[in-house]
Design a protein around this ligand. Sequence first.
Ligand code: SAM
Length: 213
Amino acid sequence: MTTGSLKVHVKKKKLSTSSKKWLERQLNDPFVHKAKAEGYRSRAAFKLKEIQAKFKLIHKGMTVVDLGAAPGGWSQIVSDILKNTGHIYAIDLLPMDPIPHVTFFEGDFNNIQDKIEGKVDVILSDMAASSCGIKSVDHVRLIGMLEDVFEFAKTSLKPGGSMVAKVLRGGTESKLLAELKKAFKKVSHFKPASSRAESSEIFVVAQGFRLEA
Ligand SMILES: C[S@@+](CC[C@H](N)C(=O)[O-])C[C@H]1O[C@@H](n2cnc3c(N)ncnc32)[C@H](O)[C@@H]1O
């Protein structure tokens, strides 16, 4: 590895080309360094920080659900905002090291419904199904995931509540978008500056839930 200029190049012979690329991207990514410096577990934390700065969805005393939470950057941001008030429920297929005041469940997000008490103010989903490499298939899988998150929102959100979920560039598929617009007062798409430009992810932000279950 050399650090001659600002950009770091990885020269380890044993690594595959894709591993070298990944490592170079990590080493040259200012948000990776910023996350480490500020004590966040993932660079993803900054995406939620930007979403919160723009939409101001989370407030002290709220109940927030973080779907696909590991390693925990988003839960850390929520915990910073709630400052020991309210409740944070987090779930992931992968294990996650504990975060104070975050109730974590290991498992599929479809099983969270029976684990939380009462209705919630905000549902966050940074989940992505593991990529199979075929863009159209990945897209369909992510839409399927969004449909499931929306179903969960319909039964679990308080009136006025919000939902944030990862979608792919091009936005939310039109039929689903129409349904979201019926269920929420305002639906926006947002690409945080901390989301890599080459990544096709953007976030759908739905505010003001108006269906009562
Ligand atoms: C991009 S990461 C989340 C990063 C996290 N927001 C943070 O700030 O650290 C996406 C996560 O979604 C999880 N995931 C994918 N499918 C899931 C499912 N069906 N149920 C629960 N978690 C899932 C993955 O295990 C992965 O940890």
